[in-house]
Write a protein that binds this ligand. Structure first.
Ligand code: SF4
Ligand code: SF4
Ligand code: SF4
Length: 419
């Protein structure tokens, strides 16, 4: 079993024994059976099995599980340090959730207000939608290379991972693979998540070309809907920027992303800094190259979004044509496992191929049949998106908590025609 390595965070989610009523609800949300304890007795989390997704935390009716990684004071002290440049990398799912913390209707989109509040707090913004676009280029190019090699018979000079290709941007899913399905590691896309790409770009190109500061003076904060991202940024392999600068003569060693604040943490930060979110002036960061993004980057926060964005790129490169929006309708919506078939004509050779794709979210119920097929060598799919949380990151473990622990997603499920 994969152990916790030096510098990696562990025990990110713990149960507060005083608050736990032993009701057992959390077990029904835990994708890895990491929660132990008899009905009526206080429960515990086995951190060797936990993938830090926070689903127990957002669904416990008594608020007993808690996020133990609190970097609020560190972030505030960096914001007050005029030698530091503090960057907020904001995920797509935060801008549709933060308003709920300040009394607005859940789902209200407040991008400009969020930019305004972050500016007032002293952050510079790096929009994670920008790096979601980068991820699409990387992950889409990797898929195209595999399609050309395995399905169209082209030779390849590079080592290519296996098909089906799994998406790699959800750190809870990655930890689940490492702990429970290590034979699937060759199937994971080699693309880093948007957050980790953003951190590396911020501390290389951003430091030298945009903010004109020494990279070691940047303090990069991921603002995420996700508790598992706190684990991801602590992984020791994510030091690309420091590695790059060391090749240019630099001597410092630092992570690409210094810390993560969840949507809930960010709301606490605004309150602590006396920023009244509802009265903040909206701000549009037109001159910031890291605030530019396509519609593809925006849909990353939803189940099916990563798949749809990457497929659009792959379809265009292979066929030379844009994919019609309706062709991907089956992978939208909140059904647990969604499938689609996409015929492609290779513009170079004229060969016809058919791409089979699947989208899985809410892995507690929906993952097993899909991975069992892949492990048995019987999967009909070529590309599979996996997001740990039901609905994707919009319903992540770092998002605002509804009273009584009932997820808002259930009422929307009933309303959507394609669910
Ligand atoms: S759902 Fe909450 S109160 Fe119930 S057993 Fe789990 S942690 Fe304890
Ligand atoms: S954080 Fe996720 S994996 Fe860990 S105990 Fe809670 S639900 Fe289970
Ligand atoms: S689905 Fe999104 S919020 Fe949930 S664990 Fe994965 S990355 Fe985090």
């Amino acid at each position: 079993m994969r152990g916790i390595r030096e510098h990696e965070l562990n025990g990110i989610i713990e149960v507060n024994r005083k608050a736990c009523k032993g009701c057992d609800s959390c077990k029904t949300f835990c994708p890895t059976s990491a929660i132990t304890g008899k009905y009526g007795a206080t429960h515990q989390i086995n951190s060797e099995k936990c993938i830090f997704c926070g689903q127990c935390l957002v669904n416990c009716p008594f608020g007993a599980p808690r996020d133990t990684v609190d970097s609020l004071d560190n972030v505030i002290s960096r914001l007050n340090d005029n030698r530091a440049t503090v960057i907020a990398i904001i995920a797509p799912a935060v801008r549709v959730a933060i308003a709920e913390e300040f009394g607005l209707e859940p789902g209200t989109l407040v991008t400009e207000k969020l930019y305004g509040a972050l500016k007032q707090a002293g952050f510079k913004v790096f929009d994670n939608n920008f790096s979601a676009d980068q991820t699409i280029m990387e992950e889409g190019s990797e898929l195209i290379a595999k399609i050309r090699h395995y399905m169209l018979g082209e030779s390849s000079e590079h080592h290519l991972g296996a098909l089906p290709q799994f998406t790699s941007c959800c750190p809870a899913w990655i930890r689940n693979v490492e702990l429970n399905y290590p034979e699937l590691i060759p199937n994971l896309s080699s693309a880093k998540s948007p957050l980790m790409m953003a951190g590396a770009v911020a501390k290389t190109y951003g430091a030298s070309q945009i903010w004109a500061v020494q990279p070691e003076t940047l303090y990069v904060v991921g603002v995420m809907p996700c508790t598992a991202k706190k684990f991801e940024v602590s992984r020791p392999e994510f030091t690309s920027a420091a590695d790059y600068w060391q090749k240019q003569g630099g001597t410092e060693h630092y992570p690409d992303v210094d810390t993560v604040l969840t949507t809930r943490d960010l709301a606490r930060l605004f309150r602590k800094l006396n920023i009244d979110f509802n009265k903040v002036s909206e701000f549009t960061d037109n001159n910031n190259p890291f605030a530019q993004y396509s519609g593809a980057g925006t849909i990353f926060g939803n189940t099916g979004g990563v798949m749809e964005a990457a497929l659009r790129t792959a379809y265009f490169v292979i066929t030379g044509q844009e994919l019609a929006p309706l062709e991907l309708t089956p992978i939208r919506g909140l059904k647990g496992i969604k499938e689609a078939t996409l015929p492609l004509k290779d513009v170079k050779t004229g060969k016809d191929i058919t791409l089979n794709i699947a989208v899985v979210h809410g892995i507690k119920e929906n993952l097993k049949p899909i991975v069992d097929q892949v492990i048995a060598g019987k999967s009909p799919y070529h590309f599979i998106e996996v997001m740990n949380c039901p609905g994707g990151c919009i319903n992540g473990g770092g998002q605002p908590i509804n009273p009584m622990g009932t997820s808002w997603i259930d009422k929307y499920k009933a309303m959507l025609p394609w669910s």
